[in-house]
Design a protein around this ligand. Sequence first.
Ligand code: PRP
Length: 207
Amino acid sequence: MLNIALPKGRLGNKVCKLFEESGFKFPGMLEPGRKLIFENENLNLKCFWVKPFDVPVYVERGAADIGVSGKDILMEREPDIYELMDLNVGICKMCVAALNNFHDNPARTLRVATEFPNIAQKYYSQTGRDIDIICLRGSLELAPVLGLSDVIVDIVETGTTLRENNLKVINNIADLSARLIANKSAYKFKSEIINKILKGLSEYKKL
Ligand code: PRP
């Protein structure tokens, strides 16, 4: 049996539909409920919902053979896995954003609020800027508005959340999208079924 970890939430629903439309169906997976594990008995596949940040952990440690993770999470966690395919869904950017009237003072330590401390640290170390990272769990846009931070490092999709809170992008860090990832030894020993999934997904994407 091949174990597949999908990220629970908006992105996971899109990816689950993509799997279904490519011929890999998991009955009941998109219905409301608290069930976490779903099977496709004909193809010998098991699919389960995990928290988006945890997908690379399941895959790296082999509890899942393959999974789908946002590139943001892969950049943040740097797991030892294979990145097999860009699924071209969940397209967005990792950005630095600040209040519309923000003026940087390079002489001062920059206070950066983020859910992605490693990405922020790496980005600012390349620029040689001293930063103070403030780790938050969501609704980052509040931090500059309330004076908790000078900037945020966060995901921007449509830009609506920034606009509605008087913020703007000041730097782009990376383009992001969902990636199909594989456990390194599963990719070797379960290559037949993994390649079948890769082929199914890429053929569907070309339609
Ligand atoms: C993400 C991100 C931004 C928002 C960007 O948050 O952290 O807040 O989406 O989307 P937009 O550019 O289309 O407005 P999410 O909705 O996942 O919730 P969170 O704030 O709890 O992380």
